[in-house]
Structures are given as structure tokens and as C-alpha cells.
Design a protein around this ligand. Sequence first.
Ligand code: AHM
Ligand code: MG
Length: 337
Amino acid sequence: MRIGTTLTNYIIQNQRHIAGATGEFTGLLNDLAVACKKIADLVNKGALVNVLGSADSENVQGEQQKKLDVISNQIMIEALRHNGHIAALASEEMDSVYHLPPEAPRGKYLLLCDPLDGSSNIDVNVSVGTIFSILKAPEDRTDPNEADFLLPGAEQVAAGYCLYGPSTMLVMTTGNGVCMFTLDRDFGEFLLTRDQVRIPAQTGEFAINASYRRFWEPAVRRYIDECMAGADGPRGKNFNMRWVASMVAEVHRILTRGGVFLYPCDQRLAAAGKEGKLRLMYEANPMAMIVEQAGGAASNGRQRILDIEPREIHQRVPVILGSSEEVERVVAYHTAG
Ligand code: AHM
Ligand code: MG
């Protein structure tokens, strides 16, 4: 589609090719775009509007919430609950599924989101983002429950993120490639700036929090040690390393110039009874769909992320995603031993 097309026009024009489309999906994406613009505005104003710092509360996962975590979650709810485009919403920041008010019309989609991912970066003015995943709601229930959300990522209708960086960018897929929109603040619209994004199969760049090296499993240690050995090691080439600690920024870099991202399980997490740090439903699944749609791969080391059958809504998983040849190599190291 033509570069410069507005997000709304892009969605409407794509919707024409979907049999039975009623405009509800277009409405839902518009709701999400509005929420992202509001969050972008607050992230941008920061200390000027007193939104930095801690909220003095914890989420269900025992993590300290930032003020902007709480506010962003509220913005998502407000943008969606009365418009009739969703049947229920689940968020990383809420203990259980959010049910719509009784008087609100019900839509045919379920929304999952991480309202502000990478929020440890807010106070230091580094990129953060909103991640979303859209599933079909069951048709026979007014108020879907948690079990209705527990679908494998392969069932996602759409997935996307909004990156609050030097530019605000909305990146999404509806299962037909990945497109990128940039927010033009002068007239408040997301405009198409890249269509059919492709991740190169090969890369010389990896992203991992290397401070946890002593806790890694042998497969991860082997892979990273080989990258670190550079041209003198078994890979015979030098690698570059990045770690923003904002998954949205990390995935965006990989979509832009390739790379591999790893947040594996490790002894530290396992000792705390966790299978990983990142959440399957709010982070791993939507990012895996985007990465696969751009020609990359996403695995937990042993299984394709999108094939995982979720057991619970806040489930955590190891995540390895990005350039397909590197992800395949990491998976091979896991299955070899
Ligand atoms: P959050 O949802 O609480 O912000 O946590 C997710 C973030 C990811 O964006 C990032 O990849 C990771 O946590 C960084 O973790 P660490 O601080 O362990 O490096
Ligand atoms: Mg997160």
C-alpha cells in the first residue's frame, strides 16, 4: 500500500478483502490507536505531568508497578470498554480478566495487552511500548472467562505493538505481513512508513541480559559463548551485542536490521518457580506472530511459541526470537543436549 496512507485507511482498505468483515475489527484497531496516542502523549510529557516513578503497588506477579503502568492500563480499558468491539480484556497489570460493564455492547474479539512494557525504563527516558494480541471471542458467552483466552498464539487474529521512542511507531500484523506506521504529531495520525517488513535470515547481532550468564542452561551458554568468541571462535565471525531491556525496542530493532533476542529460563527464575520472565499471552505470542509474519522465527528453545497450549493467563515462557537461522541454531543446541 502507498507510503503515507493513514492507519484508518489502511485497515479499511484491507478489510474489503476479508469475507464477512463488518467493520468491528477496524473499530477495534482504531480504539487501540487512540489508546496508544494517549499513552504516547503521557510518556512524552513525563515529569511535566507528574507520571514518572512508582505507583506504590504490585501487580499479580509481585512486580512493582510504575505510575505509568497503572495509568496506561486504565487508558486501554477506557478506550475499549464502551465501543462494542471486544467481549473482554486481559492485561499483564490485572489479576484476572476484565469484564465489560453490563450495559456495554459486546464485540466479537478478546484483547490481551501489556499496556506499558519495559516500564523499568520509564524513569530513565528510554524507549518503552504497548503490546497487544487479538483473539476471537467465543460466540456463545456474554462474558468470556479466563479459559476462553487460553488459545495458542497461532489462533491470534492480529498482533502489534506501539513503540514510544524518538518516534512513536505502531507496528502490526493481521496475518498478511507486517506493516509499520509512524505517528505524525502535527495532525495526530499514524501514517504508513514501511510495508511488508522482512527480517534477514542471518545476523551478526544478539540481545540478551548477559549479567545472568552464570544461571543459564548449557545450550544458551554455548550459543552466546560462540558468538562472543567472534572471528576466532567456531562461528568464524564477529557479533555485536545489544540489550535495551525493553522487548518492544528489541523486537523493533530486529524487524529493522535483523538480530536474535533471548530471554531464556535460568536457574534464578527456576528457583523462584518461574518458567521464564516474559509472559506468553501478553509478550511472547504477539511478538512471535509479528516476527514470523516478517519471515523470522520464535521458539521457547524446544517448541514454536505459537504452538504452545496455554495453561493460565499469566504464564511465563522462555523466548528466543528473530533471524530464523540463529533461532534454529539455538533450538538445535537445546535439543542436542
Ligand atoms: P515488564 O513487562 O515488567 O516491563 O518486563 C518485561 C521486560 C522486557 O521488555 C525486557 O525484555 C525484560 O523485561 C528485561 O528484563 P531484565 O531487566 O531482567 O533484563
Ligand atoms: Mg511486559
